[in-house]
Design a protein around this ligand. Structure first.
Ligand code: GLV
Length: 311
């Protein structure tokens, strides 16, 4: 079994993937979207937001690799071949970028940088009252590889950090709240909330009016996960009432965000176009190569997705 590798993505980083895969596997028959050739030849599909139904047309497919750490873009395709295992990339480079992004916005909020920028514009030399790091509680929703890295890095800076996850777990120095029953308590102690959850049927719309109301007044929200967790109207209402001091959003319910969406112009929203963490073929490829080898040898796979759980 050494068939072709299909690269299914509308992004333009196909050629670097061919090079990094060949460095580990030797010459590969690499087929980008638009030049897939004979579909019978395709053994492995590397995919990011594949056109629904396309993967089902590869009759000899043995492995699906999600080019994102999130797999909602794949599982949205209800015609995925049931017996073909799905693995997701596990990219240290991407994980580090996600943490950087969360730290950047959290520290900008924590140190009142926007207020000082306004003071500078007004030629006003005025120290602001500050909140001590020990009293700025950070809450990280989702404790997978990214959430753990985010939580650990905030804790290193001295913030009290808690995490929320579906199932209980133990993490050094991080208070863990598990399950839906504990969500309200977790939110109630999160002055800065960082969303790193996967998008599943359990997490869609989780951040609604009740969730924002459960946060301490003046909390700050950072979404580096998926826009589908957020009820947009509830977020806007929480910002407008002052319940939330601000939000940094890297993701949206609809991407690209439509031109007439209120997020674009809201003065308490910082918006970026899903760039918090980019998949880097150099750092993501070792595990992909290992998984292709393992699949060929019939060995257990790394980072395999449970389609029922949705991650
Ligand atoms: C990006 O959003 C990813 O899932 O890796």
């Amino acid at each position: 079994m050494t068939g072709a590798i299909a690269y299914i993505s509308r992004d333009s980083d196909g050629p670097p993937w061919k090079a990094v895969l060949e460095a580990g596997l030797g010459p590969v028959d690499f087929r980008p979207l638009g030049a897939l050739g004979r579909l019978e030849d395709i053994e492995v599909a590397l995919a990011w937001k594949p056109p629904p139904g396309l993967i089902a047309t590869f009759p000899n497919l043995k492995l699906i690799v999600s080019l994102g750490m999130g797999v909602d873009h794949l599982l949205a395709d209800d015609r995925l071949p049931a017996g073909v295992p799905i693995v997701r990339i596990m990219d240290e480079g991407l994980v580090g970028q996600m943490s950087e992004y969360a730290l950047f916005w959290a520290l900008r909020h924590h140190r009142d940088i926007d207020k000082y920028a306004a003071s500078q514009r007004a030629r006003r030399w005025r120290p602001e009252p500050f909140v001590d790091t020990l009293h700025r509680r950070v809450g990280v929703m989702g404790l997978g590889a990214i959430g753990q890295d985010v939580a650990r890095k905030f804790a290193l800076l001295g913030f009290p950090v808690a995490g929320w996850s579906r199932t209980p777990r133990t993490l050094d120095g991080i208070e863990v709240f598990a399950g839906r029953d504990r969500l309200g308590t977790f939110l109630g102690r999160s002055d800065i909330l960082v969303d790193v959850l996967p998008l599943t049927r359990d997490t869609r719309g989780l951040l609604d009016a009740a969730a924002f109301a459960a946060l301490p007044r003046g909390a700050y929200f950072i979404n580096i996960a998926r826009g589908g967790h957020v009820v947009d109207e509830a977020l806007l209402a929480a910002l407008d009432s002052g319940q939330l001091a601000g939000a940094a959003l890297d993701v949206a319910n609809t991407e690209p965000l439509p031109a007439d969406h209120p997020f674009w112009t809201h003065d308490r929203i910082a918006l970026t176009p899903h760039i918090a963490g980019a998949t880097n073929p150099r750092t993501a490829s070792p595990a992909v190569i290992e998984n292709i080898r393992r699949r060929r040898a019939g060995l257990p796979l790394l980072h395999q997705v449970d389609p029922q759980a949705g991650y």
